[in-house]
Design a protein around this ligand. Structure first.
Ligand code: PEP
Length: 253
């Protein structure tokens, strides 16, 4: 089977004001008009407040919008939460679930990540399920065991009929926002291990599911990481806030 089309997803985290996001999106779309990027798909994973305006601006372009989290509940008395139905209604395509910052600062575990991913899929959006080991776990030779355990628990009971309905992002926690990057060989090995697990869990779609790498991806290391067979794109934090860097990474895919 041919490799899945790459997805270059920029995770803005809690950055920029909604008004700044509008001018940034206009500039991105103008740059793409002048110099289209061949990469399969671009996505911007932004704060909830930015989604309405950015979604309308990017409608019909190669840029999709994504949210950084979602409620595990369908609707009701959950003050402060945002539901999958609300995100879908805005035209949101992707929802990141289980980002390491949610796991670390909000105590999210694999069961919650699984419930959120199921909710996202039930509303026709695509979960980007984040997994990754801590530095101590890698140093102890346990990286693969930890990551595969997270994938298996996060995907429990999910049965996408289409490979495009699911994305898994391997993000070693020690590489996120630190300037440290996994070697291309380590990213490739983890991608291959996740793919083997997917073939067991989801045999009909496994080969087409996009596996992203995340963790200090930048223009200088993107081409080598994205050339690995089971690295089908990137989840990019810091570098996605700089338009030139984001477009350079997309051009490397
Ligand atoms: C991320 O936020 O998912 C991420 C990978 O961040 P950074 O690229 O800054 O390491």
């Amino acid at each position: 089977m041919s490799r899945p089309q790459p997805l270059i997803a920029g995770n803005w985290k809690m950055n920029r004001l909604p008004s700044e996001a509008v001018s940034w999106t206009r500039e991105l779309l103008a740059r793409l008009d002048r110099a289209p990027v061949e990469a399969g798909e671009l996505a911007l994973i932004v704060p909830y407040t930015h989604l309405p305006a950015m979604t309308s601006l990017a409608f019909g372009t190669q840029v999709a919008l994504g949210a950084q989290d979602v409620s595990a509940h369908e609707e009701g008395a959950y003050t402060g939460e945002v539901s999958a139905a609300m995100l879908a209604d805005l035209g949101t395509r992707y929802v990141v679930v289980g980002h390491s910052e949610r796991r670390a600062y909000h105590g999210e575990d694999d069961a919650l990540v699984n419930a959120k991913a199921a909710r996202v899929m039930a509303h026709g959006m695509v979960p980007i399920v984040c997994v990754g080991e801590q530095r101590a776990e890698r140093d102890a030779g346990r990286a693969e065991e930890v990551v595969l355990g997270q994938v298996e628990r996060a995907l429990q009971g999910l049965a996408p009929a289409d490979p495009a309905a699911l994305v898994v992002a391997y993000e070693p926690v020690w590489a996120i926002g630190t300037g440290l990057t996994a070697t291309a060989a380590d990213a490739a090995a983890m991608g291959a291990a996740i793919r083997r697990l997917l073939r067991r869990l989801l045999p009909t779609v496994a080969d087409g599911v996009r596996l992203l790498y995340g963790g200090s991806m930048k223009p200088g290391n993107a081409a080598e990481l994205l050339a690995q067979p089971d690295v089908n794109g990137g989840l990019i934090g810091g570098a996605s806030l700089q338009l030139d860097d984001y477009l350079a990474i997309a051009a490397a895919a």
